[in-house]
Design a protein. Structure first.
Lengths: 151, 227
């Protein structure tokens, strides 16, 4: 029964668009302020310094590409898997920071929201992770660019 | 209704990752606000005790030669901040001497300014000397940390929320010394804010390594507004 509800093409479309737009927004805020995002990554003190900027440069573009492709319904499973991979990394980074007692900005949406790392951020990411999992499991081809061009 | 059984294409995943990464590097390369591929280490000169005492004494007479900044050796810290002490010959810095002359001629009241060539790192005892001289302390931590406790009479200008607090700088002369601090030796907010203020024209910026933690441990004057 639950499976039937979750495997609804309209619901999956909404999830796909929501997840896509969330990551596109997150990417744009980071791309517009690379220096700030680099600092946000550095504040986690998890990476060697030579990797901080390269991650600050490529990570938002991975989010942007995967987000845009999700919105258009292209390679939904693959892009959802990429975003879920990122979400798992984010969750681990936040948990480690909490254990280390770091009181730092999340950097999840660049420097726009300014929210701190904490339990709420972990729950938010877990929520997105579940949505991504649904797309990996059920896929969403409804109103995708490919189905449109085929028609 | 069944779950979609199609298998994830790892080739597609790798393709998307590589393409988007290259795109990011390319855009960053052409972006005027782009950042270097490798983040630079923050560097600060560390003022020796003898040098610091000289500067303090010279400040009182109004005759200052910042080119006396000598004695340097590398100290690598774990958090990517490199503190350097240099051993160089005393060379006159034309720019600073000229600046000093202009200040002396045009504004005799400002003769005590020391125009550093970059922010200087200081230790607890040096910070305490400046505190007793009435030098302004700036707390670079966020507002909650500041409210939980701070060095007495310090001004809170969080680096992470600089735009909302920068108006506090209107009351601070660029010709007066400033001491910046954050949580301790493991934070870099004071270094970042120090560099920013220095770029904004503050000529004498000290960064107090050890910060709040060292200050409290030494039982120096503090304030706890939230209590």
């Amino acid at each position: 029964m639950l499976k039937k509800i979750l495997n609804n093409k309209y619901l999956l479309l909404i999830i796909r668009l929501f997840l896509g737009f969330v990551f596109v927004y997150a990417a744009v805020t980071k791309i517009s302020e690379p220096e700030g995002f680099s600092q946000a990554i550095y504040n986690y003190k998890l990476l060697p310094i030579f990797l901080v900027n390269i991650l600050a440069i490529i990570l938002p573009w991975i989010e942007l590409t995967a987000g845009v492709l999700l919105i258009f319904g292209i390679s939904v499973k693959e892009n959802s898997a990429i975003l879920n991979g990122l979400l798992i990394i984010f969750i681990i980074a936040i948990v480690i920071s909490l254990f280390r007692g770091l009181d730092i900005n999340c950097g999840c949406f660049g420097t726009v929201d300014g929210s701190k790392v904490g339990l709420i951020k972990i729950l938010e990411n877990i929520g997105l992770l579940i949505l991504g999992y649904l797309l990996i499991k059920f896929d969403s081809k409804f109103l995708s660019l490919l189905s449109y061009t085929k028609n | 209704m069944r779950a979609d059984k199609s298998i994830l294409s790892y080739k597609k995943i790798i393709g998307i990752l590589i393409t988007s990464s290259l795109l990011g590097i390319l855009v960053n390369y052409f972006n005027p606000e782009g950042i270097p591929l490798v983040r630079e280490k923050l560097e600060l000169s560390w003022a020796s005790d003898s040098l610091f005492n000289e500067i303090i004494q010279d400040s009182s007479t109004g005759v200052v030669d910042t080119t006396k900044l000598i004695l340097e050796k590398s100290i690598n810290t774990n958090d990517g901040i490199e503190i350097i002490k240099k051993e160089t010959e005393k060379k006159p810095d034309d720019k600073i001497v000229q600046q000093k002359d202009q200040i002396t001629e045009n504004n005799p009241k400002e003769t005590e300014v020391i125009a550093f060539t970059e922010p200087k790192a200081i230790k607890l005892d040096q910070a305490y000397v400046l505190f007793n001289k009435g030098v302004t302390f700036i707390d670079a931590r966020d507002e909650n940390d500041y409210l939980a406790g701070h060095i007495k009479n310090s001004v809170n200008i969080p680096f992470d929320d600089f735009d909302n607090h920068k108006q506090k700088l209107d009351k601070l002369s660029t010709n007066k010394p400033l001491v910046l601090y954050c949580a301790g030796t493991d934070c870099d907010l004071s270094v970042l804010l120090g560099n920013l203020l220095f770029e904004m024209g503050y000529k004498q910026v000290y960064v107090f390594f050890g910060g709040w933690v060292d200050w409290v441990n030494a039982n120096y004057p503090v304030e706890y507004p939230s209590k």
